[in-house]
Design a protein around this ligand. Structure first.
Ligand code: DGJ
Length: 732
């Protein structure tokens, strides 16, 4: 054993996962019950003192054949609860046995400790570079009657305040059982009066921070749209009432999965908090035959004793360093122009060339050809599934245009929506059965498009081959992978009736398989995820695509809230953000060009407007923005993020600082102007108190401690929506 991060105290039956930042403790109790003891700040030595009080609780029953009325699975904090074992909490797992019952009594069987971290087959997962940077505890629970075994996997990294959990179910019995629910983890807290933070939203309004109390009962935060969704991001944090960005405890949970998810938070009759996280059990029923296994997605659990910023930073570095795999994850992202809001479907090669020419003049680095280049697509009613160039728009072929873009010194990016099919397409004419629908029923359109049965290999292969033909024919530097509807009419035609409850999850596995084949075959293409903006912005997606289009809402002021919420979990290099026209296309708001640039520089900067229609003054501003951005993007894309002022107030402020604390970029946006303005200050964070920093615009010099404790006054400006950026560098 090289890393010694997990100890087992055989005498007291206690497992202790620990590093310098956190401890996680669990123990084996009466009846082989796996009990949760603690997750929080590091404890060097645990002296086995934390005994859950034994009480005879009315209506909370006891272990089978036991006369001890003081031990109840209904009150004891546990690692994993099942239905059918006299634990009345929302179960982490539910099975349907061959006899029709849901009885499952999970008891400790054995454990293993492994160096490193096992890969999950077919699912995104965190990984290790060296085996000694993490250890994994696998605790096996068994149900003696059905011979089902549950392996609970816990990975602790040496240098992160993180535990990664997942569950594997094995059927060692003689008959098939049906899994009706398998959460990736459960967490129980005994004496915590938490608030819960989630990231709900809507299309063009994703990941708004919501914070609420938890009263007795069950709160559910979930998606059953087939994707992780705009409406509820697969993330939740439990925080104390006084936790803020810099202070207090925060427990963050992020599921590495891009399909249906469910986060349950229950406050029970004793004030205890019980949490389950995993695949949503809505329309889920998985047939597990003898000798088969089922693997849940992983959940990343972060502990912070210094507020929400520290929680987010732990997620950011884990996702960036140990979830993403693309070689681009560490590379500076190019400044692009995307033609979607510039032209929508109304373009041809000549029109696009004028945008490319202007992009070159302004110092941009990539042109992205969005929706409308294939089949005979002039609007969103046709051609999905026909991945061949639209000759009317590109009479000389796509390659000819790609060459032109490259000749101008720009990279070339291309949009696909591989999971979809239009009625009006050759693919539908040739393979109507590829379109997901329930036999005998008419499927529901959304944006007049339908979903492919991605659970079927034949369907995936067809799309893969079509895409390969395009990607092999010319140099393509970037792909934007879009997905513009939620799943409905859930069915997979190669599955028997009793397995239709697998269709949702098999879709996600099929999606991952197709995506994985493409990213593996084309390691030199930068992939960007997208689902009508940020409808699939999750940790699972980050495993395949190091960046994601954050929202179809490009208004700088609404983006403040979207990006603020996104930053709770996801690193800023993962979030793409574009300057678009004013009045804004989505909400008509008029904002200064400077503010649009400053807000877009929170993520990977791009432009999404017709560059040829800009005034000279605006063109000059683009040149200025791009020149400045090239100087700061190493820090803004990869530096440590601190949220300084919340987006819910009249000001939003954030900063990024490089790992050596030598360079920092700060942005402050004042939303509404006032005739009698309050004088506000911005105080920085994460600097070296002993270093001196120069404001590169004014040459003023400040101590790091001065900037962090005193801060500086924000400018008082007339007019709404004003942004100010500051670039500080340490001097000797
Ligand atoms: C939704 C995306 O979020 C947009 O950026 C654009 O690509 C459209 N789809 C194209 O249909």
């Amino acid at each position: 054993m090289t890393s010694n991060l997990i100890k087992f105290d055989d005498q007291n039956k206690v497992f202790h996962l620990h590093n310098k930042q956190i401890s996680y403790l669990l123990s084996i109790e009466d009846g082989g019950t796996l009990s949760h003891l603690y997750f929080g700040g590091a404890v060097k030595n645990y002296n086995n003192q934390l005994k859950y009080p034994r009480l005879d609780r009315g209506f909370s029953g006891n272990l089978p054949e036991s006369l001890d009325r003081t031990f109840s699975r209904d009150s004891l904090p546990k690692e994993y609860s099942s239905a059918g074992e006299m634990d009345f909490h929302t179960p982490a797992t539910i099975v349907r046995n061959p006899d029709g019952s849901n009885a499952l009594f999970l008891a400790y069987k054995s454990y293993k400790i492994e160096d490193g971290k096992p890969d999950l087959k077919g699912l995104p997962h965190s990984w290790t570079k060296e085996d000694d940077e993490a250890q994994t505890l696998i605790v096996t629970l068994e149900d003696k009657v059905s011979k089902l075994e549950y392996d609970l996997l816990y990975t602790i990294y040496r240098d992160r305040p993180v535990i990664v959990r997942s569950v594997q179910v094995h059927n060692h019995g003689e008959e098939a059982v049906y899994l009706e629910k398998v959460a990736s983890m459960q967490m129980d807290y005994v004496d915590k009066d938490f608030e819960v933070i989630t990231l709900p939203g809507a299309h063009a309004n994703e990941r708004r921070v919501q914070r609420e109390n938890i009263g007795q009962g069950i709160k559910v935060f979930s998606s059953h749209r087939g994707t992780s969704s705009h409406q509820m991001n697969p993330f939740m944090a439990l925080v104390d009432h006084d936790t803020n960005e810099f202070m207090g405890e925060a427990y963050g949970f992020a599921l590495a999965y891009s399909g249906n998810h469910k986060f349950e938070v229950e406050r029970d009759q004793f004030g205890q908090i019980h949490v389950n996280t995993g695949i949503n059990d809505y329309n889920f029923k998985w047939k597990l035959n003898p000798n088969e296994e089922f693997q849940t997605p992983e959940v990343l659990m972060v502990y912070s004793d210094q507020g929400l910023n520290k929680m987010s930073q732990a997620f950011h570095s884990l996702i960036h360093e140990r979830i993403m795999r693309s070689k681009f994850k560490d590379q500076i992202r190019p400044v692009l122009v995307n033609n979607w809001e510039a032209t929508y479907f109304d373009f041809n090669e000549d029109k696009l060339k004028t945008i490319v020419d202007k992009a070159k003049k302004l110092g941009l680095e990539m042109f992205v050809l969005d929706d409308g280049w294939f089949g005979h697509r002039d609007d969103d009613n046709s051609s999905l599934g026909d991945w061949k160039v639209y000759k009317k728009k590109f009479p000389n072929g796509l390659g000819h245009f790609a060459d032109y873009v490259h000749e101008q010194g720009l990279k070339f990016g291309l949009w696909f929506e591989p999971e979809m099919i239009s009625y009006e397409s050759n693919l539908y004419k040739e393979h109507p059965d590829y379109l997901m629908h329930v036999p005998g029923r008419k499927p529901c359109p959304s944006r007049n498009q339908y979903v492919l049965e991605l659970g079927r290999k034949e369907v995936r292969d067809n799309i893969f081959e079509q895409m390969v033909k395009i990607l092999d024919s010319k140099k393509i530097d970037y792909i934007k992978w879009d997905m513009n509807r939620s799943l409905s009419d859930i069915y997979e035609s190669d599955l028997p009736a009793d397995q239709q409850g697998e269709a949702y999850h098999r879709y996600v596995l099929g999606y991952y398989d197709l995506l994985n084949k493409l990213v593996t075959r084309y390691p030199d293409i930068l992939f960007e995820g997208c689902s009508g903006g940020g409808g699939r912005f999750d940790v699972g997606q980050a495993y395949y695509t190091p960046q994601i289009w954050a929202s179809d809402n490009t208004d700088a002021i609404e983006r403040l809230k979207i990006q603020y919420g996104t930053s709770f979990v996801y690193p800023q290099s993962m979030m793409t953000s574009h300057v678009s026209v004013s009045p804004n296309e989505q909400n008509g708001r008029i904002t200064p060009f400077n503010t649009r640039g400053a807000v877009a520089m929170w993520g990977d900067l791009g432009y999404e407007l017709d560059l040829t229609k800009m005034s000279d003054e605006e063109s000059d501003q683009v040149v200025k923005q791009v020149t400045e951005y090239k100087k700061i993007r190493e820090v803004t894309q990869f530096g440590t993020l601190y949220r300084l002022k919340a987006s819910a107030s009249n000001q939003c402020a954030w900063m990024m600082v490089d790992s050596n604390k030598n360079e920092a970029v700060v942005t402050v946006v004042n939303v509404m102007a006032h005739a009698q303005p309050y004088c506000t200050k911005t105080k920085l964070a994460g600097l070296d108190p002993d270093k001196r920093y120069k404001n590169l615009e004014t040459d003023e010099v400040f101590g790091g401690d001065e900037l962090m404790h005193l801060g500086f006054y924000d400018p008082i400006e007339r007019g709404d929506f004003k942004a100010k950026m500051y670039h500080f560098k340490a001097i000797n």
